[in-house]
Ligand binder design. Structure first.
Ligand code: NOJ
Length: 596
């Protein structure tokens, strides 16, 4: 939150005119699917070791079928030292014992398919773990060897190579380079790691790297998965020569300094970190060369025939026209729409980002996806309860200004109700259907995000959105597992929000999500025509979603201070109670009528 999208400079389409046309009635599943992100560490712990696992996920899949989603995406479950919560993969073809076995993965996929749920897994191609066999081989091999050429090893600058090869910092804080000790005990080459020091970046100019990842894609497709969420999809190719970069250095949206650091900074000594978002000039993000990789991946997935197996890009790329390049017909199927997630709670900004998103995606024939929360950002039930004029924070500590919980939840429900009526696909993050807030008072000793440690605690990081799910109020760890202490502590407030406290309770956030998802499906909203309604104003977002049979749903979100009079129509669902038939502030309604 906190940055108004570039899109606000465009004039919105006039009310009544089509912003986005209908999708074909027989459009493939992924063009309108709702995909639920399961964070395996925190979803359900079957063996009681305090960490979630695959059998836990399998056992809870009926809950997701009943919620009404189409697919799940699982964050990494591969063998990993877990220095970045599994985004540091040591073996792409096996399951970390903490999560189970390959047989457990097969059972999970089979059970999901039996329930009508598709399964996407995470693939992490920008870097491996330093415990990956390839990196061990690289360390044991001399400079210039084929083993080192799988990564980005370079000589240092300065008379004795004591300065890093360029000034790039790490996304997590500190330098983006680390120096190795050669076999003879002398200080040697440096390797690039845009994330943690234990996440060496791969060299995508090396054909062996490309062949290996195509083989990994096939490995998981052969086991039946329906697609991949591609981690740091904009990072694989770096600009030729790895030039210094004196552009913007900040944390996501927060500009720390206008100048890049001299040498990428000494590790862990300051808060300069690399912005994850590509700008037109950054040499580490969004290089044109990435697209050939995704064309090759698409051919691999297409070779499996129907139903389509898909690729979804995690690419923090601006402007939207650059992001759309990732979803051209022969590349990925979807890309996360982080501009929507980052929009402030402001009617004009929301309207602008919706319109520009569908415009650029329509331009390449791709569906737009919508997302409000994931494992890397402050949960939207808390984010929307913060001062909207401030930049979006990377985590919240007890010392930071605390979100207004009531306001945040009210807006979060309204935002989700708006999102789930939009055409295209949508991603949900586990626990948002319970209205879970961020854990904003987690004691520091529990924090595991490398960002927290690399910045000496100056940046809280992402642990607060990764806390284990509450299933039942009156059980140890709120039903997350049969015993043991959860790997991250749950706030007390999670008890009243547990699934068993909301199940079947009218007006609960869980029942709201179930209604929204059922109505979205019934009215084919993911495939509908989108047109702004005349009620749009500085404080109102209103649109009509019209299905192929001509029936339409009018969606109105009131962001203004005064309750809004509604047209006479059947109320399908509201994100909060109406006020004597009028729509209160921070509330969304779906209305059904042919003439509303
Ligand atoms: C994006 C993932 O979502 C995040 O959790 C991870 O830390 C980085 N990529 C590095 O893999």
């Amino acid at each position: 939150m906190g940055r108004v999208s570039d899109a606000t400079t465009q004039s919105p389409t006039a009310p009544g005119s089509t912003v986005h046309p209908a999708d074909a009635p027989d459009a493939p599943w992924w063009r309108h699917a709702v995909i639920y992100q399961v964070y395996p560490r925190s979803w359900a712990d079957a063996d009681g070791d305090g960490m979630g696992d695959l059998p836990g996920i399998t056992a809870r899949l009926p809950y997701l079928r009943d919620l009404g989603v189409d697919a799940i995406w699982l964050s990494p479950f591969y063998v990993s030292p877990m220095n970045d919560a599994g985004y540091d993969v040591a073996d792409y073809r096996d399951i970390d014992p903490r999560f189970g076995t390959l047989a457990d993965a097969d059972a999970m996929v089979e059970t999901a398919h039996g329930l009508g749920l598709k399964v996407l897994v995470d693939i992490v191609p920008n870097h491996t773990s330093s415990e990956h066999a390839w990196f061990r081989e690289a360390l044991a091999s001399p400079p210039g060897s084929p083993e080192r050429d799988r990564y980005l090893f370079r000589e240092g600058r300065g008379p004795n190579g004591e300065r890093p090869p360029n000034n790039w910092p790490s996304v997590f804080g500190g330098r983006g380079w680390s120096r190795v000790t050669e076999a003879d005990g002398t200080p040697g080459q440096w390797y690039l790691h845009l994330f943690d020091v234990t996440q060496p970046d791969l060299n995508w100019d090396n054909p062996e790297v490309r062949a290996e990842f195509e083989s990994v894609l096939r490995f998981w497709c052969d086991r039946g998965v329906d697609g991949f969420r591609v981690d740091v999809a904009h990072g694989l190719v770096k600009r030729e020569g790895l030039p210094d970069w004196h552009g913007r250095v900040g944390l996501y949206d927060e500009v720390v300094t206008e100048e890049g650091p001299e040498d990428g900074d000494a590790p862990g000594t300051d808060t300069d970190v690399l912005d994850h978002t590509a700008t037109s000039s950054s040499p580490m993000w969004d290089q044109d060369g990435v697209h050939q990789i995704y064309r090759e991946w698409r051919a691999v997935l297409d070779s499996y025939g129907e139903p389509d197996r898909i690729l979804c890009a995690e690419a923090w790329v601006k402007p939207e026209s650059r992001l759309a390049l990732y979803v051209r017909p022969d590349e990925m199927h979807q890309a996360f729409n982080f501009d929507f997630l980052e929009s402030p709670w402001d009617a004009a900004a929301l309207r602008a980002v919706v319109e520009s998103s569908v415009r650029v995606n329509d331009g390449v024939g791709a569906p737009t996806t919508w997302v409000l929360s994931n494992h890397d950002v402050v949960r939207h039930a808390s984010r929307l309860g913060l001062d909207q004029s401030l930049p979006r924070p990377n985590g919240i500590t007890a010392e930071d200004p605390q979100p207004d919980a009531g306001l945040g939840l009210r807006r979060a429900r309204a935002a989700t109700a708006l999102m789930l009526a939009l055409p295209g696909g949508a991603y949900l993050y586990q626990g948002e259907e319970l209205g879970l807030p961020e854990h904003t008072t987690m004691p520091d000793e529990f924090r595991q995000d490398p960002t927290f440690h690399h910045t000496n605690g100056e940046v809280a990081g992402r642990d607060g959105c990764r806390v284990p799910m509450p299933w039942t109020k009156d059980s140890p760890s709120f039903g997350f597992g049969p015993g043991g202490t959860p790997w991250l502590p749950q706030p007390q407030a999670y008890g009243d929000l547990a699934v068993d406290q909301q199940d079947g309770v009218p007006g609960s956030t869980l029942e709201l999500y179930r209604s929204l998802l059922a109505l979205r499906r019934r009215h084919r909203l993911g495939r509908s025509v989108l047109a702004w309604d005349e009620r749009c104003s500085d404080s109102v977002v209103a649109f009509r979603a019209t299905a192929d049979d001509g029936s339409s749903v009018l969606v109105v979100t009131n962001l203004g201070p005064d309750a809004l009079t509604l047209p006479a129509a059947e109320v399908l669902v509201t994100s909060g109670p109406l006020d004597d038939g009028r729509l209160p502030t921070d509330t969304t309604v779906w209305l059904r009528s042919t003439d509303a």
